[in-house]
Design a protein around this ligand. Structure first.
Ligand code: SF4
Length: 314
């Protein structure tokens, strides 16, 4: 394997095909309601990245039941992960959070997977998750959006937090024993390939467990759409995405599970790099082959790297 893929990892961990069931429940985020900002991140559409969920009008338990039914038939899945996907899924009163998380834990659900902003993960929420995890014997995965390690890009994209909040949230989640998955967008035009390398190094040094690699797309009615249509923003092409993805992977700790290699844009997106997941996988693997590298080939920079190079044999 050229990189550590998700499906075999989950199969090994849970002993059977394991499928994530997407839940749309919480409907806002602090970067939309004025607490941190208004209008949201410039790349985020009004569904809060939940455009693919067709069951959002149902309650949490009903979404799980329907989703499991579908995953059993379509993928022959035997274990399930309750995935709170859209908007900021730790941004609500504690009682409301606890109720929503608990109602997702029906039969054969082995983990809660909660996607959120790093500045919206206080220790009170970590305590609730720890309690549920212990009582119901389920794992907890936390997905934090970092998006870019470049502070200028975070500002430009109206992200409303810096790298520090991400580091803080990861350290807190690790202290509680949760798995952490980072979301990163690899082809912001204001980033360079060196930002992607630095990002892979930071994620590795923090000991995160998984990564979701995203390509930029421009959704309707977003700040980025306005900039693109006004000619103020020029997106990069698929070759540049592949190049950055390859560098990112070669610098990433080989133990980090790669949950995705590319974004799936909404059908009505104004612009995307024009590559689907299968094409991205093929091109990234071909490019890794060309340079004779795999995930982690350049993972040689931690644990006193210069000392080891000079003195480890003495
Ligand atoms: S990407 Fe997340 S944090 Fe940004 S506006 Fe959308 S829901 Fe909020």
């Amino acid at each position: 394997m050229k990189y550590k893929e998700l499906a075999p990892y989950l199969r090994k961990k849970y002993g059977a095909r394991t499928q994530r069931i997407s839940i749309a429940h919480f409907t806002t985020c602090p970067n939309r309601d004025g607490t941190v900002g208004v209008g949201g991140c410039t790349f985020c559409d009004e569904t809060g990245s939940g455009f693919a969920n067709h069951l959002k009008w149902l309650d949490v338990k009903s979404q799980m039941i329907k989703g499991i039914e579908h995953a059993r038939i379509r993928y022959n899945a035997k274990r399930f992960i309750a995935y709170f996907q859209s908007f900021t899924n730790t941004y609500a009163p504690l009682k409301e959070l606890e109720k929503a998380y608990a109602s997702a834990l029906i039969e054969k659900v082995v983990a809660l997977d909660i996607s959120t902003r790093p500045d919206s993960f206080p220790c009170e929420v970590a305590e609730i998750l720890k309690k549920i995890s212990t009582e119901k014997k389920v794992d907890v995965f936390l997905e934090f959006g970092l998006e870019s390690i470049n502070e200028n890009t975070l500002l430009k994209s109206n992200r409303g937090h810096s790298v520090a909040e991400f580091v803080d949230a990861v350290l807190c989640a690790k202290k509680y024993g949760f798995d952490v998955i980072a979301h990163v967008i690899l082809d912001f035009p204001s980033d360079t390939i060196y930002d992607e390398i630095a990002c892979a190094k930071l994620l590795s040094a923090l000991g995160i467990n998984g990564v979701k690699m995203h390509s930029l797309y421009i959704a309707q009615n977003t700040g980025m759409a306005n900039d693109y249509l006004d000619g103020k923003m020029k997106p990069l092409n698929s070759d540049e995405y592949v190049k950055r993805a390859v560098e990112f992977l070669t610098h990433l700790d080989p133990e980090i599970v790669v949950h995705r290699l590319i974004s799936t844009p909404p059908k009505d997106a104004i612009w995307s790099i024009g590559m689907n997941a299968i094409q991205a996988k093929r091109q990234i693997e071909e490019n890794l082959d060309k340079i004779g590298k795999v995930q982690g080939s350049n993972f040689n920079y931690l644990n006193g790297a210069s000392w080891r190079r000079r003195f480890s044999n003495m």
